[in-house]
Design a binder for this molecule. Sequence first.
Ligand SMILES: C[S@@+](CC[C@H](N)C(=O)[O-])C[C@H]1O[C@@H](n2cnc3c(N)ncnc32)[C@H](O)[C@@H]1O
Length: 414
Amino acid sequence: MTLCIIEFELAAGCFRWAHGNELLSMILQNCRCKSLWRNPALPGAARIQTNMTDKRHTDQEMVQGRTSETAMSSEQDNTRHTPVMLREVLEALQPRDGGIYVDGTFGAGGYSRAILNAADCTLVAVDRDPDAIAGGQVMVKEYGERLILLPGRFAEMRSLLDDQRIGSVDGVVLDLGVSSMQLDTAERGFSFRFDGPLDMRMGGRADEDSPSAADVVNTLDERDLARIIGVYGEERFSRRIAKAIVRVREDQPFSRTAELADTVSEQIGAQRHQSRIHPATRTFQALRIYVNGELEQLAQGLCAAEDKLSPGGRLVVVSFHSLEDRIVKKFLAERTGKTAIKSRHLPSGSEDTAPSFTDIARGGWTPSDEEAELNSRSRSARLRAGERTTAASYPRDFKAMGLPFAAHVRGQVS
Ligand SMILES: C[S@@+](CC[C@H](N)C(=O)[O-])C[C@H]1O[C@@H](n2cnc3c(N)ncnc32)[C@H](O)[C@@H]1O
């Protein structure tokens, strides 16, 4: 009898489950099954996937296979997002009574709630997703004037705060990427697990005038598609995938996430079983970053935070992949004086600009083993943080901030 050992992880620990010709155990609630995620060919895998109650994600560790039953409706359910590195965020931010803080990525309000509970402070929370703002109204009622919840992008932090007549703040926190609610809602079109419209615009209806992921794959030429998938997805098969996209769309333009996921999978199917992640993971990440201008938002948001933080104020950023982390790392390395600033806006000889930050999380912090075990999405997280000095802000030169080429191609940065 073939004995197949499958490892389950429970919130409280691990146990082993054996099956041969018949299943010997039932699937438990609140469990995460690594082996089955990675091998959908195993019997029961599809059923297990639909039984999962813990559907936290990591950009680099998406599941194999797709189900429609598990997709959420567009109604926001804020309990589904588990805040990542929350303890460390509070440790770095150190909220204090009377302070004014900015949560630039409100999401399900996990960080916001923790900050408001940690000190008698005021919090300006921002999110570009109208669903997140709608979901947060219950917290506005709960915290009253202490919570100012605003629709918008953190790149526009300066004007958002100016509109509130807030001159400077004591802390800014950014938790980058998408929330579990966004990923789990099929109609948002972020996930290859759930078939939905190929959209990926974080702003949803607020972004109706900007191109969706379908617009991008149906209109860009093969070379640009390959560059986007290669650079933003760090996908080594980018050229092969771009070629296939262009071939397929000649017959029928892409409109659904499943169509794109299948096209990508067909191209790199042979490598599929050697990888922990779904073959479409990197392509979907690339399109999401491009569609939402995520790296430009980050570069602009960091500079806005530098301008708005008062001396002693703290900037805390949690990122989830190397492209984001590289930008934050470079920003803080320059601003803390670790590396010389190379800006075309600086007159020669002025490289010794006084540091505008001190580093308060050397090397970047990563989640505890315990958190990584409990929340798979946290595994790729890295927290970087700096404390604002009294020095002036550095010149704003987005090209010097390490944005990859495609960010310039978009023409959104100056
Ligand atoms: C990872 S979730 C944040 C989760 C949040 N920290 C919590 O504990 O619930 C990221 C959120 O940031 C939002 N977001 C991403 N980029 C943004 C931007 N440039 N401006 C404003 N919000 C953004 C997304 O819409 C999403 O709701």
